[in-house]
Design a protein around this ligand. Sequence first.
Ligand code: AMP
Ligand code: MG
Length: 349
Amino acid sequence: MQRRRVIGLLSLLPLAPLAGALGLAGCSREQPFQQLEGATMGTRYHIRFKPPVSSFDAAAMQAVVDARLEALNASLSTYRSDSLITAFNEAPVGQVMPIDADFENMLSLSRQVHQASSGAFDPTVGALVNLWGFGWPKPEQPLIRLPEPKAIEAARGRFDAVTQMAPGKLVKHAPVRLDFSAIAKGYGVDLIAGVVRAHGVQHFMTEIGGEVATQGSGPTGGPWRIGIEAPDPVVTGRVLARVHLTNGSLATSGNYRNFFEVEGQRFSHIIDPVSGYPVPQPPVSVSVIAPSVALADAWATAFMVLDEERGLAVAEENQLAVYWVYQDNTGHRTRQSSRMQPYLDAAKH
Ligand code: AMP
Ligand code: MG
């Protein structure tokens, strides 16, 4: 669903393995933690979980996860020529197109964050994403010249031009293209978490490309510990801060290994939907804890667009736990909303 210029932005590092405790159970009758993984959305998903019983059928659970993710991709992947979203994007203005329940959920969650972020999050950036050369299909030539202002104006999104006529029916009143890349991975994590819970698992962490859901305790018996990676375009894995989560949803949007260059200038893959241009100086990364991973994912992207003061104000208004990492010539600095503090305080113990 989302193409990374450089694959492997893993801003969130599950720390349990670093503690060397994965697979060790506190009590001999307890089940040891297990891990499952698979490919999805141009990256991989991981599930660490404690099976509820020794006879637990992990392969059966994984088959349900894979089927659910496959259905999601068939609906929302802009990589696929036969997905519902591609059909909607290719359809003429005014033609009523079929959508499914996942598509409807994406629209309503996106609408919520779009409104609360004053348009900083906008899934109708699809045409701009293509114009700036980081859409799908990948342009044959890399972008060598900046797009003309007229072309940028013409590609501007309009979420108000997308209307749901009835359940399962969507229409556009202007030639907009939808792109749910900034929220779909988070939503996929919520779906995996739902499947895992439905199989009776109480203690788990699951993630897709750094967007994370946790429940219960980690392998050491306490909360799950998630590392926020220090910005470094080359070296991965240096931990800048630790977030402790029990039942939590955390997502990160990051820029430092995901940008493109035109005319010698570096551009972020995050677009300011209002200007139509890539955000000039976005934070290095933004991590958000929200009621669902889909919301955390969408908000993390929105905070890449909002400037520092506005971002903090919006985080406080919406009672979100947010952690920003900025980089300047002297190194990096961090900032956080008031709701983030308890998660970091816990991490000190
Ligand atoms: P994320 O990594 O979750 O921040 O998502 C980034 C992706 O979302 C980009 O590669 C674009 O496909 C898309 N995108 C870029 N800017 C925006 C925006 N302002 N609102 C929604 N989606 C965006
Ligand atoms: Mg996002």
